[in-house]
Design a protein around this ligand. Structure first.
Ligand code: DP6
Length: 353
């Protein structure tokens, strides 16, 4: 017989960035990070996995319709093996369960957005894979999302945060075996429904330096990264969590923008330097800074916050009442810019399901 399950997971955008590994095989980070999970309606990965005795041979995987090799020693292999191990432990405790753990798997995964454009496709992809296998193998809810995040982390670090909705911290942990390196929810999406995110697609071209390679070059060469790890991130993790608890947009925005800039500074401090932002990205930074300055001078709070991952696309966070204004201004000042016409209005999402 054939057993299958289909699940999806959303994209998350970090406000305190993960950049650097202390263990590249287990994917253990050099610092904690914190993200907002976006709305599943807009950016998500959907994965179907089936196990069938009669498939014969090996596990197979299709990504957006194209078969990908599941490399021995690779991240996909690790994730599938870890999930299978959990299923086989379950089977060992119950004779009546079909032996799914010994059958080959066929896995299909689709994104509804361009891959590798700096839009965190690996995060939603691995989170969807892990959640789908957990469902197929009947592991839920005994195995919780934090436990699953430990496995998703081994697919792609940022994936561990996409198991949860709302505001999510990846606690980097201290142990060498990675058992304390996992994601926890800081606040649900319902906690702060007024916060919205807007993605300005500056370019959907494949980015220059993939994050996996880029971050290890930063670890190997950047003195500024050591300062970031020791003196910058720990205080920011605490202050942004507090800002989220208080729904304090001004503090949330200030920390988010400062951390994006600090992250891109460590990229610039890398030898040879890594450039992710382009002229349009920088012009959007200036626009948001100018808007915030004018608003604060008028005795009001900040209008919006920007953040950039390993690519030129801007993600803007803003209270709902400011979204239309921000959209109009960005469109006004960049009428001919290479925007992909998509300004997606997103609410904070609800995690894997
Ligand atoms: C800039 O999670 O893609 O988006 O663990 O090597 O797969 P690997 O890296 P990945 O890196 C994401 C980096 C970032 C910041 C973040 O999401 O925290």
């Amino acid at each position: 017989p054939k057993y299958s399950a289909t699940c999806s997971a959303p994209v998350n955008i970090a406000v305190i960035k993960y950049w650097g590994k202390r263990d590249t095989k287990l994917i253990l980070p050099t610092n904690d990070s914190l993200s907002v999970t976006l709305d599943q309606d807009h950016l998500r990965s959907v994965t179907t996995a089936s196990a069938d005795e009669s498939y014969g041979g090996k596990d197979r995987l299709w990504l957006n319709g194209v078969e990908e090799e599941i490399a021995e020693q690779g991240r996909l292999r690790t994730c599938i093996d870890e999930m299978r191990k959990m299923r086989s432990d379950k089977e060992a405790g119950d004779d009546k369960l079909p032996k799914l753990s010994s059958w080959p798997l066929h896995i299909c995964s689709e994104n509804n957005f361009p891959t590798a454009a700096g839009l965190a496709s690996s995060a939603s992809g691995f989170a969807a894979l892990i959640y789908t296998l957990a469902t197929l193998f009947g592991l839920l809810p005994a195995v919780d999302n934090s436990q699953l995040s430990r496995i998703a982390r081994q697919g792609s670090g940022s994936a561990c945060r996409s198991l949860f909705g709302g505001f999510v911290a990846w606690q980097g942990g201290e142990k060498a075996d990675g058992s304390d390196s996992l994601a926890v929810q800081v606040a649900s999406r319902e906690h702060w429904p007024d916060l919205h995110a807007l993605i300005c697609v500056v370019s959907d071209a494949k980015k220059g330096t993939p994050s996996t390679a880029g971050m290890q070059r930063t670890v190997a060469t950047s003195p500024l990264l050591q300062h970031r790890i020791k003196d910058v991130v720990p205080a920011r993790m605490k202050s942004i969590s507090d800002a989220i608890q208080r729904r304090d947009f001004d503090s949330f925005a200030a920390i988010t923008m400062a951390d994006s800039n600090n992250f891109h500074a460590t990229c610039l401090d890398t030898t040879p330097p890594i450039f992710y932002m382009n002229d349009v990205s920088r012009a959007i930074v200036q626009l948001v800074e100018e808007l915030n300055r004018a608003s604060e001078e008028a005795g009001k709070g900040k209008v919006a916050a920007y953040t950039y991952d390993a690519g030129p696309n801007a993600v803007l966070y803003a209270p709902k009442e400011n979204v239309q204004l921000v959209l109009q201004l960005v469109r006004h000042y960049f009428p001919n810019a290479d925007f992909d016409d998509t300004f997606n209005l997103l609410g904070a999402g609800s995690g894997a399901s």
